[in-house]
Design a protein around this ligand. Structure first.
Ligand code: 4AD
Ligand code: MG
Length: 464
């Protein structure tokens, strides 16, 4: 009778012993002596390995020579209570088949403790390490939790376009999408590339945000969210920026700035709580291996109210701070990450939501405050991360929006459809964008954003 394959996770949790089982996975290590060999097998279902015990009588060294670190194996045997420490069950092997060999001379993941920089160069193999297995399982859990959260609360998931014809949002530099020939593209009368001849009959780019289309659907479905890839061609070679990242953007009719803040805070706490509940082993590993304060920090975020204050109040705090900043703080200038981190990590020692920024440093679509100087913006700042969420209440008044667009040189003809939302049944509404990788960075305690996405895209790097 043939047994069905079990996952390592299921076997490790199993109470049913002394039965025949089949497991398939990759060899992490093999060690032992001339009487018995221990093979640690991992199949990705959990961070924990399953110990396979191979007696030398049945498995002389010649038959085990290909059971080396990195090889893929299928193991049949009996699930028994473990004799050793560190695991409750193990497999007493009766049959070991090597499905795919890995030459120990050339397999790059031989020793433990490769640097994260080295692993970035072998992004095709790093998922087989404990660290990246944990990060990828957490990434999955968080993505799933995003959908769960919104679905449970009556939001609709909308798919906004990836190729966009408007580059008006101003959230960042864009990547051009074109099928025009590189050599001798068609030119217009001014001698510039004639995008009328291009695939879409106009210049197109990869999107920097799904917000404007999110607003379109919120003005019909009420509460929506997007969760998709976004692209920014800014040359920021930092540990917080990617050229291709994923963003979650809820957009809600009838929400003001306070409703928006409440949602953002509740949403973030839900996601962190979900990760703690669903991925305890992975988080424990990351806590022990990289950052002894990780679990404490996650719990702290769940347990405490975020500090809410205006940009103007924050500037006062920063001006009277004892700390010397590299960049001076003055009302009207954008806050640098050193300022954000001072507020979060030194002054309040908790997550902060900053609101009502000067209109000149924020996007044209944000709702103007009564004073005419600030807008109903909100940024959520997190310890170790800085800005994790950016959002606002949107300007719903046609005239005020048109005026802001003129002041900020946003061409009306590109956004006629966006203005139509204010012409026909306009409504107060709000939304925000959560950078998914910044969330994963926070939850995993990793320090470089390139280590929380399987295949990072950043200046001068698009390998894999
Ligand atoms: O603050 P941003 O630019 O806001 C928007 O794009 C709005 N349209 C969102 C909205 O209101 N619907 O970006 C939102 C978040 C940031 O707070 C940050 O977490 C993340 O996206 N982000 C990046 N993450 C990784 N790499 C980059 N280059 C990022 N730029 C922004
Ligand atoms: Mg922002």
């Amino acid at each position: 009778m043939s047994v069905r394959r079990s996952s390592v996770e299921a076997l490790l949790a199993s109470q049913e012993l002394d039965r025949e089982v089949l497991v398939k996975g990759w060899v992490r290590t093999r060690r032992g002596n001339k009487y018995v060999q221990f093979i640690a097998v991992n199949d990705g279902s959990t961070i924990n390995n399953l110990q396979v015990v191979a007696d030398a009588e049945k498995f002389p060294e010649e038959t085990l020579k290909d059971v080396a670190t990195g090889a893929c194996v299928a193991v049949r045997g009996t699930l028994v209570a473990s004799q050793g420490k560190g695991q409750s069950v193990e497999i007493q092997a009766t049959e070991i088949e090597v499905l795919g060999k890995a030459d120990p001379e050339t397999y790059p993941l031989q020793k433990k403790g490769h640097s994260l920089e080295f692993l970035r160069e072998i992004a095709h193999l790093r998922p087989r390490t404990n660290t990246f297995g944990a990060v990828l399982r957490l990434r999955h859990a968080l993505a799933f939790a995003v959908h769960q959260y919104f679905n449970d609360r009556g939001f609709f998931y909308v798919h906004t376009p990836i190729i966009t014809g408007s580059d008006a949002e101003g959230a960042g530099q864009m990547f051009r999408v074109t099928t025009l020939p590189e050599q001798n593209p068609p030119l217009n009368e001014q001698g510039q590339v004639d995008y009328k001849e291009d695939f879409f009959g106009k210049a197109t780019n990869l999107t920097v945000s799904g917000q404007l289309e999110g607003e379109v659907t919120a003005m019909a479905l009420g509460k929506v969210y997007t969760f998709g890839p976004t692209f920014r061609a800014e040359n920021s070679n930092t540990a917080r920026h990617l050229a291709e990242f994923w963003m979650i953007e809820p957009e809600m009719a009838f929400f003001d700035l306070h409703d928006n803040m409440d949602l953002a805070e509740d949403f973030l706490k839900y996601l962190v709580r979900y990760a703690l509940e669903k991925c305890p082993a992975d988080l424990q590993f990351l806590n022990d291996q990289y950052d002894k304060e990780l679990l404490g920090r996650l719990q702290f975020v769940i347990d405490n109210d975020f500090q809410r204050l205006t940009y103007t109040e924050a500037v006062e705090i920063l001006k009277s701070a004892k700390q010397k900043f590299e960049f001076p703080v003055d009302w009207g200038t954008d806050l640098q990450s050193e300022h954000e981190r001072y507020l979060v990590e030194k002054h309040f020692k908790k997550p902060v939501i900053l609101t009502n920024y000067p209109k000149d440093i924020k996007a044209f679509y944000m709702k103007l405050d009564e004073d005419g100087r600030t807008v109903r913006a909100m940024d959520v700042l997190f310890p170790g991360i800085g800005e994790i969420i950016g959002g606002s209440q949107r300007e719903e008044d046609l005239g005020k929006l048109q005026q802001r667009m003129q002041e900020m040189h946003v061409p009306e003809e590109d956004l006629w459809w966006y203005l139509d939302l204010r012409r026909f049944g306009s409504a107060p509404h709000s939304g925000f964008g959560l950078g998914f990788e910044r969330l994963v960075l926070f939850v995993t305690g990793m320090t470089n954003i390139r280590d929380v996405i399987p295949f990072p895209r950043f200046p001068k790097n698009a390998e894999f």
